[in-house]
Design a protein around this ligand. Structure first.
Ligand code: UDP
Length: 328
């Protein structure tokens, strides 16, 4: 039994490939290296450079390696870019996923785990957010992912495909053993940007909005350690393999930190009091996004190991130092 990981040269995909290999699975990574890096792909994984929307390529991989499960990460993930280039997002995230799902069902793959996002919730009326609230994404990124959730549910009904959809909150940190981390360029995520500022690789940091209805006025997010997220994928696969029902689950700890709190922690652990500017709100940012994470804990037995923002920031800093040493 071999698992196909699309986007395995990227941030969450590479950590999940590592977690699968650590659990004794065989892994094939399919990635076009558009935003991923070949040094992120675990050495023990088989790597195929290719396009998830290329049905001949995917079919060949499934047959050649005896793929029984697909974990699908490959996508574009920057909200602001999705606003300026919506059709690129619908092409890569939605149309290519449709092709992939069609190939997977035609080739009789049994299990499919999909990398979705809290962006499907839009501006939730209340937090923590449960999976069954009304879905109303406020940007093309969230819509491009929600359409895949719907396609997958419809396709699973007729094909019998076993599916788990994981809706990620704010992923941060890096492999504690230093084997992978967030490398995507240009950096856009807060913890990574703060780590780069702390290492003097950027000229401080901007806080986008300090007038939100939150305790300190800056946005609140539920930061999840990438290795806990990777473990959730392994648990989801085991759930499907043991005959578990199809599920849609939040991946978050159920509590949040503000932008100002994140910056404070990174400053403290790095010992660098880098400059911080307060700026206007960034379009498309909800005030607070915090998961109700009870369903994944109950149904998958997910037990987070790194629910600790300081540990996340330390791991992110350690990885960023490695990248700087590589000239990135
Ligand atoms: N943010 C910020 N400054 C930055 C980058 C991000 O204030 O340089 C804020 C952003 O406005 C949001 C939070 O940090 O409120 C998390 O943003 P990120 O881009 O990391 O993740 P998102 O929530 O957009 O997926």
């Amino acid at each position: 039994m071999t698992v196909l990981v699309t986007g395995g040269a990227g941030y969450i995909g590479s950590h999940t490939a590592l977690a699968l290999l650590d659990a004794g699975e065989k892994v094939v990574v399919l990635d076009d290296l558009s935003t991923g890096f070949d040094f992120m792909i675990p050495e023990q994984a088989t790597f195929v450079k290719g396009d998830i929307g290329d049905q001949d390529c995917v079919e060949t991989i499934i047959k050649q390696y005896g793929i029984t499960a697909v974990i699908h990460f490959a996508s574009k993930i920057v909200v602001s870019e999705s606003v300026s280039q919506p059709l690129e997002y619908y092409e890569t995230n939605t149309s290519k996923s449709r092709n992939l799902i069609e190939t997977v069902t035609r080739c009789d793959v049994k299990h499919f785990i999909f990398s979705s996002t809290a962006a499907v919730y839009g501006e939730p009326e209340k937090t923590p957010i449960r999976e069954d609230v009304y879905l109303s994404p406020i940007n093309p990124y969230g819509r491009s992912k929600l359409m895949v959730e719907w396609m997958l549910a419809d396709a699973a009904k007729v094909s019998g495909l076993g599916t788990v959809v994981l809706r990620y909150f704010n992923v941060a940190g890096a492999d504690p053993a230093g084997r992978s981390g967030e490398t995507t360029l240009p950096a856009t995520h807060l913890v990574k940007l703060a780590a780069r500022a702390a290492l003097g690789k950027r000229d401080g940091l901007s806080v986008f909005g300090t007038d939100y209805a939150t305790p300190d006025g800056s946005c609140v997010r539920d930061y999840v350690h990438v290795s806990d997220l990777a473990a959730a994928h392994v648990a989801a696969l085991n759930h499907l393999r043991t005959g578990g029902e199809n599920l849609t689950l939040n991946c978050g700890y159920g509590h949040g930190f503000s932008v100002l709190e994140v910056i404070e922690i990174v400053k403290r652990i790095s010992g660098n009091d880098f400059p911080v500017k307060h700026e206007e709100r960034r379009p498309g940012d909800p005030a607070a996004l915090v998961a109700d994470g009870s369903k994944i804990q109950t149904l998958l037995g997910w037990e987070p190991q790194y629910d600790d923002l300081e540990a996340m920031a330390n791991h992110a800093l350690a990885w960023e130092k490695k990248l700087v040493a590589r000239g990135l």
